[in-house]
Design a protein around this ligand. Structure first.
Ligand code: FPP
Length: 235
């Protein structure tokens, strides 16, 4: 498909797994299982059409409030996925990067996270950012803390805190801001996702639940993005 304006960086808020399962009389965890398969397909598809950066919101700082069983299942799905990724991504040239405080997860998952980042660090294809125990506010607070430590130690003066030096302390340091953020499930909310980086992102809210999301839906979102007139505050 040809587009007049093509996004370099896409963000996706995977949403609607619970509702998808409920509609079918299934436990919420069944929705997450299908959601994980959709995630894999969409990652491959984005890489195949030349998206350079893909950031996926997989677990937020607020998701710990969910029932223990659901959190446990999500952690299991992340572990399964990373075990597969360690095998498959070696051939796929995708560079995987994690955003968020992953130290809160079980040691086994933390090890898989470290191993996946290490195994893919020299890859030159699409960068896949997986947001795990991520929250935009937590990310901004962390950046402020890192900068204040540098000021305290004399490495930086307060005047040297600029938008550029601030952005360097975010998980996405060195990456372009997302051009397009897709939110399936019809919710009109940012939900603490990429608060700093999405200042000028185009949001496409889609009336589809994540487990039903197909590559053609991604095409639809890119098409809508291509028709937007981005002005970045100008005219
Ligand atoms: C939001 O839907 C979805 C999540 C909080 C979890 C997303 C995680 C996966 C799809 C698991 C697989 C991910 C990877 C990286 C392998 P929801 O449960 O809030 O849906 P609802 O709003 O309908 O209840």
């Amino acid at each position: 498909m040809e587009f007049s304006q093509f996004p370099r960086h896409i963000g996706i808020i995977m949403d609607g797994n619970g509702r998808w399962a409920k509609k079918r009389g299934l436990p919420r965890t069944a929705g997450h299982k299908v959601g994980a398969d959709v995630f894999k397909k969409i990652v491959r598809y984005c890489s195949s059409i030349g998206i350079q950066y893909l950031t996926i919101y997989a677990f937020s700082t607020e998701n710990w409030k969910r029932p223990r069983e659901e959190v446990g299942m999500l952690i299991k799905l992340f572990e399964q996925y990373l075990q597969e990724a360690l095998r498959d991504f070696l051939n796929e040239n995708i560079k995987v990067f994690f955003m968020g405080d992953t130290s809160a997860f079980p040691e086994e998952l933390q090890k898989l996270i470290r191993d996946t980042e290490e195994a893919s660090k020299n890859h030159t294809g699409m960068v896949l950012n997986i947001a795990l125990n991520y929250g935009g506010r937590a990310e901004l607070t962390r950046a402020a803390r890192l900068l204040s430590e540098e000021v305290k130690s004399g490495k930086l003066t307060p005047e040297q805190i600029t938008e550029e030096t601030f952005a360097q302390k975010l998980y996405t340091a060195g990456q372009p801001d997302p051009d397009l953020i897709i939110r399936p499930s019809g919710e009109n909310r940012i939900s603490n996702f990429l608060l700093w980086q999405s200042a000028y992102s185009e949001y496409v809210i889609m009336d589809i639940l994540w487990p039903d999301f197909k590559p053609k839906d991604l095409d639809r979102a890119i098409k809508e993005y291509a028709n937007r007139n981005r002005r970045f505050g100008g005219v």
